[in-house]
Ligand binder design. Structure first.
Ligand code: F6P
Length: 327
């Protein structure tokens, strides 16, 4: 195993609060270990288009509190082609980069695995950066905690107006394939029901539940609908409920990208620091093709190939509590 002297860091896929705090930790830990660092802008796309910038300790000053990513991000179609990956490799060679720190989610690590198979001389460590919390082998991903907090802030506000008007709100939250934000924000926000991509929701049962709530003098209700839920999203679910309960006043709010922005929570900043430091220490210790994560409050490594396979099952206990707490 050859020693590493120059490391490239990039963010890829959907941005997530905490990515900047993580870039800062990666850069400063690398420099503390006498390694040079280059930032690669716009993820794999910037690797293909030769967007490399040297980073110093000062380049990452005053970013710990900022949402988004100073390196920018992209979902690169070109990297899905062998030709695109070859260009990326050539640019890494031109800049004498021998290792990469990839901060991203499922798509980022799938790309990293393919790249490692084709160009095994480049070593890669992954850091889980996605609001979706949908990577196997880590209990949390960067940005999830902040996104849940942003979501419950919105739910609380909607609850005020829902109660004032005796309305039923269907709130759509992010998560194409993962119901983690919906489940956590739904329970924390006191939702009557939570519709998730991982569970089929029977609309008859949902309607019965809302009707029974009304009989128990609930004048307003909040239903959280994850974006990737199988009934076609909050708009569709609300329409179907309205067609069956015409006297029910229904409203729909799609929270969208507001959930991806904002200053990272304390948890996300600390987690970002731990992941950043660990990722460089892992490289120096000879690790390769692993994702740094957190398991039972201890930092862990998971092979990149496993991290993307299937996300860990949703917290069954939390799921079970939805109905009890909505009484
Ligand atoms: O990054 C994850 C995520 O926010 C998902 O929850 C969502 O489905 C998707 O990204 C949206 O992606 P885009 O911003 O590219 O539309």
């Amino acid at each position: 195993m050859s020693a590493i002297s120059r490391i490239g860091v990039f963010t890829s896929g959907g941005d997530a609060p905490g990515m900047n705090a993580c870039i800062r930790a990666v850069v400063r830990t690398a420099i503390a270990n006498e390694k040079q660092v280059y930032g690669i802008q716009r993820g794999y796309q910037g690797m293909i288009e030769d967007e490399f910038i040297p980073l110093t300790s000062r380049s990452v000053s005053n970013i710990i509190q900022r949402g988004g990513t100073i390196l920018k991000t992209a979902r690169s179609k070109d990297f899905m082609t062998a030709d695109g990956r070859k260009k990326a490799y050539q640019h890494l060679q031109n800049h004498q980069i021998d290792a990469l720190i990839a901060i991203g989610g499922d798509g980022t690590f799938t790309g990293a695995e393919i790249f490692c198979n084709e160009y095994p001389d480049i070593r890669i460590i992954g850091i889980p950066g996605t609001i979706d919390n949908d990577l196997a082998g880590t209990d949390f991903t960067l940005g999830f905690d902040t996104a849940v907090n942003t979501t419950i802030e919105a739910i609380d506000k909607i609850r005020d107006t829902a109660a004032a008007h005796d309305r039923c709100f269907f709130i759509e939250v992010m998560g194409r394939d993962s119901g983690c934000i919906a489940l956590w924000a739904g329970v924390a926000g006191g939702a009557e029901a939570i519709l998730l991509p991982e569970h089929d929701t029977n609309l008859d049962a949902l309607i019965e539940k809302l009707e029974s709530g009304a009989k128990r003098n609930k004048s307003s209700s909040i239903v959280i609908v994850a974006e990737g839920e199988k009934n076609g999203g909050a708009q569709n679910v609300a329409q179907q409920v309205k067609s069956r309960l015409p006297d029910y006043e229904t409203k729909v709010t799609v929270l969208g990208h507001v959930q991806r922005g904002g200053s990272p929570s304390a948890f996300d900043r600390i987690f970002a620091a731990k992941c950043g430091v660990k990722s460089i220490e892992a490289l120096i210790a000879g690790e390769n093709r692993v994702m740094v994560g957190i398991r039972d409050n201890k930092m862990s490594y998971t092979p990149l190939s496993k991290a993307t396979k299937q996300h860990d099952p949703l917290d069954k206990d939390l799921y079970r509590m939805i109905d009890i707490l909505a009484l």
